[in-house]
Design a protein around this ligand. Sequence first.
Ligand SMILES: [Zn+2]
Length: 300
Amino acid sequence: MGAPSPPVTRYAPSPTGPLHLGHVAHMLYVWGLARRFGARILLRIEDHDSGRCRPEYEAGAVEDLDWLGFHYDNVLHHPSPYRQSDSAAAYYEALEKLSRAGLVYRCDCSRKRIAETAPLGPGGERRYSGFCRDRQVPADRPHGLRVRLEPGEERFVDGFLGPQSQDPESQCGDLLIRDRAEDWTYQFAVVVDDLRHGVDLIVRGEDLLPSTGRQIRLARLLGRPDPPRFFHHPLIVDERGMKLSKKTAAGPLADERKRGRSPQEILGEAAFRVGLAPTAAPLELDAALALVELSRADAR
Ligand SMILES: [Zn+2]
């Protein structure tokens, strides 16, 4: 008997824009919790959205990680199983598995039709009604693919937020796994990737909490009986309480670097603004990660 293998986590940016301070806060949680649990860290490029992703943003993310001192345990080749745009075979294989179980159907609903037929639910989400479940939408018409979900709760214990319960069927209805532009959806690609990469420690922003149950369900349908361990962390917000983003004037890290700011200044500011540190004083990476190791996770 060998020693048990260490947990595996991932940092998975979408190359749709340059990284900013909000991403640094997320990195602190990923690397801090990885250190706490002795986990391996994979860098995964989530470029499933072919219309919005750019290779230069992937290169920029790698450069930013390097500059800040965040190391990871895999290497990104071309092509790579850690890049979604290189991984179509894995998604087709998962699709096959769901199809063989009779769970997949074609849906040609436009966003407009769904907006007109589905009321906004709690959390501002529209629940798909199942309109195309039995319509046998012809394959030669532009269509997306959905997975049938049965009603029922998915329960998990979040490492920061405690016990959670979600019913994906009542939240979003049958789950879209590929859209009409033939792009795999975020939810599907992420679940397939976490399964095939052996990821069992998932660190995400709190804004993503409502979609965790559907990822657990989808993984269950693909053959993962027990959910991975989840930690949902706070986000950096602006003065109006909005998540930091390009739209809320978060400057690219590359610009901060050109302005002569040091990695320690950026780490200190990220730790302060996400509530880990009492001041924005510069921090060495080790010290910043120690703040996460000692954060609320210890209470559970
Ligand atoms: Zn439909």
